[in-house]
Ligand binder design. Structure first.
Ligand code: BDR
Ligand code: CA
Length: 314
């Protein structure tokens, strides 16, 4: 068996972040979670770092290292999404407060130190929230971008438009300046935009399958996805809510479930109207250099089968 791929999960939990983390922690033979770095996003940092620890304990993995990072975007005021995720960010299940400690090191320093300490090209970054921590790390340590194996992130949208403004997806909108730095850093990037995550819908039978696992994790995931269902189903008029962030983890485990195009993606940071838009040259109508693999499709049944089967291991 090959050695597990080393990853750092950068996150703002968030119920869908929680499921993405649980999926990674369920697969230690394939993924080695070097650390979980938290950022302000769905809810303020004090809650995201606490939620990350709640999730590690739910997974039975209190030994995972959790770091707190930036509490605000690089240049702008923080925008949060309690209207989607609830007051705590993890509304839905009732979960105990964490006992495990938060690491004292700043998340940005951990990212820099880890990328310098591990052999070049062996660490993958998995951002599931605003890109503030990653951008700050690249800014403070310009040598590390070239050492990244891959960045697999949830963010953006093109054909689906936006979910926080008509043209912007939440993660990119919250810190467009950070997103610009990351997309221009030169590291290989795979993007899970709304175009694909809106095809990963938690329908009733899929939610029932989580519940039927009969484990604390299965029940918590069913209750978490139930919670943001209420908001999203009404918003999109769809048969279930999109499960955004777990697409990142699923891609690491089974990339063959996904298809996309290697294209140029630029981030809008100036226009008030389209701030945070991911301008994706899907049709390759410019000469701009491709800098990201922009995913467009997923085998949704395969994705939920993988998720349910792996969550059963926790
Ligand atoms: C993204 O924004 C957050 O609300 C979710 O956790 C996900 O990362 C979807 O736009
Ligand atoms: Ca998120």
């Amino acid at each position: 068996m090959s050695t597990p791929r080393k990853i750092i999960i950068d996150t703002d939990p968030g119920q869908d972040d929680a499921v993405a983390i649980l999926l990674a922690l369920a697969c230690p033979d394939e993924l080695e979670v070097l650390g979980i770095t938290c950022v302000a996003g769905n809810v303020p940092l004090a809650l995201t770092q606490k939620n990350a620890r709640i999730v590690c304990e739910l997974a039975g993995k209190p030994e995972v290292r959790v770091f707190a990072g930036c509490d605000a975007p690089l240049k702008r005021k923080l925008v949060t999404a309690e209207h989607v995720h609830g007051k705590t960010g993890l509304d839905g299940p009732v979960l105990p407060d964490p006992v495990m400690q938060l690491e004292s090191q700043h998340a940005v320093d951990f990212i820099i130190e880890t990328l310098r300490a591990e052999p070049s090209g062996t660490v993958t970054l998995c951002p599931l929230g605003p890109l503030t921590n990653v951008a700050k790390a690249f800014d403070q340590a310009p040598d590390i971008a070239a050492r990244v194996q891959e960045i697999v992130l949830m963010g953006g949208g093109y054909f689906e438009g936006g979910n926080i403004t008509p043209t912007a997806e939440f993660n990119i909108y919250v810190d467009p300046d950070a997103a610009k730095i990351v997309f221009e850093a030169g590291a290989p990037i795979v993007v899970m935009p709304l175009d694909v995550t809106h095809k990963a819908l938690v329908t009733k039978p899929r939610n029932d399958a989580f519940r039927a696992l009969g484990t604390p994790v299965g029940l918590a995931v069913a209750e978490m996805t139930d919670f943001f269902e209420r908001f999203d189903k009404e918003k999109y008029g769809s048969s279930g809510a999109p499960l955004h962030d777990p697409c990142v983890t699923a891609y690491l485990l089974k990339p063959e479930l996904f298809t996309g195009r290697h294209i140029n993606v630029e981030i809008e940071t100036v226009s008030e109207l389209t701030l945070g838009m991911t301008v994706a040259d899907w049709w390759r109508v410019t000469e701009r250099k491709p800098n990201a693999t922009f995913i467009g499709d997923v085998d949704a049944d395969g994705f939920f089968a993988l998720l349910t089967e792996r969550l059963a291991r926790l």
